[in-house]
Ligand binder design. Sequence first.
Ligand SMILES: Cc1cc2nc3c(=O)[nH]c(=O)nc-3n(C[C@H](O)[C@H](O)[C@H](O)COP(=O)(O)O)c2cc1C
Length: 650
Amino acid sequence: MKDYKNLLSPIKIGALTLRNRIESAPSNTGNGTFEGFFTPESVGYFELKAKGGAAIVTIGESNVHTKTGVAHGRMPCLDNPDILPSLIRTTDAIHRHGAFASIQLIHPGRRANKDYYSGTVYGPSAGEPLFAGPIVEMDEEVIEEVVDAFGDAAEMAKLGGCDMVMIHGAHGWLLHQFLSPLNNKRTDRFGGILENRARISLMVIDNIRKKCGFDFPIEFRLSGSEYVEGGLTIDDMVEFAKMIDGKVDIIHVSSCTFHNPATNTHMFPSAFHQKGINVPLAEAIKKAVKTPVAVVGGINDPDLMEDIISNGKADIVALGRPLLADPYLPKKLREKKIDDISPCLRCLVCLSGDFVPYIKYPIRSLKCSVNPIIGREQEAMTPRKTEKKKRVLVIGGGPAGMQAAITASDRGHEVILCEKSNSLGGTIKVIENISFKSDLKKFKDVLIKRVNERPIKVMLNTCVTKEIIEYLAPDTVVAAIGAEPIVPNIPGIDSKNVIMATEIGKRNDDIGEKVIVIGGGLMGCEEALNLAQKGKKVTVIEMRPDVVIDGAYLYREALLIQMAKWPIKIVTNTKCKAINDKGVIVLDKDGNEVQYGGDTIIVATGLRSKSYEVDSLRDYSIEFYNIGDSLKPRKVLDAVRSGYDIGTTI
Ligand SMILES: Cc1cc2nc3c(=O)[nH]c(=O)nc-3n(C[C@H](O)[C@H](O)[C@H](O)COP(=O)(O)O)c2cc1C
């Protein structure tokens, strides 16, 4: 087993010695107060990351100058001294577990949103409104004011107990806007050549140094490439990195820009992107500078983390979503519990709420598919052993059932877990052969391992009946028996060329070259992509006007981008009328009958809970709960969360 010795080795950053090379990437919870103060919930969020062993915990975007721009609601505002009591509570909570506290300083520039402040929207150059009000070019006086505000905000952060700050110079916020030729059209000393476009960033660094001193480390987050035609490239950013080399303590490499939303799913890399997607950018920058380099983006595999550090590609790995999936990742590496780390699925559920353009108040529903405590870390950090030990029978070994069994067992209950088939895993077993779902398979294995290492009695090949419940005599029964496919009433649905999406894994050899998928929801489209990647020609038939409408917003975007790269034809507003040996007959959007040719028809028209089976088990114990897909078919997130919730409730 790897010892991850490079990853877990200390590093000196200015006056600080980091306990390992793992930094918790900047993030916020969205559950601060309206004034931008930290709440007990948000304190719990940051504390958990420190408790899990990260060396630096970075509080996310915090505003430096409300007068000239605010990006989001409930954002920490470092220009308001009233933030101090709650900031001090947050940094104390981080320090309590041996981590350093950092905070990210941001000015939104042209991306300021007038829903959250009243003032002018400024950018490096004038432009059309993005949210409200025209974008006004910053004159030198405003530039000086903003530079000063960055320094003041850093001073406030220091006063609030932060050990360092991170300047946000990436992702299309103000400093990045100045750097980028996409946004900066100026002709004065802040525009034109790179030295001029970089000037404001250097002024900000100097101002912070002047106010906070040399023993207060500064990290600078930059986008190593914008990946937009006419935008910043890695060559530009290597030159920029040389300009800040030695002036900051960490150069932190991310990528992309909100200026072009098409890059969003690369900025927050999805399951379709290569892991560690920004590592080549960081490597190029590291070769050109002496300052330690951190890299972020889809680094969800400890072996990759160790490879990055041991091969000198970067000095620090910054983890965003992987520490939501498992905040204890650093600690588990040290304890050699690698198989117990919940992998980030890069499913983008955590972030999607922020990006939905058609709701007025985007909600950061901070939840994680594999970690049921995210969004309620504070309550989950308090152990709640049961006062009354019960015998708990969990029926169904899918994610909901396994999580319920694990949580109930941890609370001190006696748990029996019965599974009808010959292995645990439930619906996750269906996706085992899908390459872009490999982390979900890993998560299934983690759950199985957790079940097996607890005193949980597992009974496989056991279809629970009234007699079995009576024999086992549990105090509590938890039904987690899952869902079954909805079989649409279409003539020909019983033909041998028809396969239910949930059965694909078992019938791979029966799938022909031309495939028609009936149902363009998440499941149908993921299967379509999977089959196309295996060389099939696929047509997706969807009766609604669009596909994947049940997917998380950013994941949907990422999936559609992938689908467009493969031979997949998407047909919407089209209803399947019959299946024959040539394929399917549909009614198109104008009501015309059209024959689509296909050797195999995959049916992905949704799932329904096995409520009749649940009902047949209800009456044989005093306490009975129905959870997961057998309550309502939803996503892994809901299954895991409902399992955890019932485990904490019993
Ligand atoms: C819930 C959440 C909040 C985030 N908030 C911020 C933020 O405040 N500032 C920032 O620069 N990046 C923010 N990010 C982006 C991360 O810092 C990171 O760049 C991104 O998630 C990619 O890294 P990952 O693959 O390790 O998650 C956030 C990410 C998540 C998941």
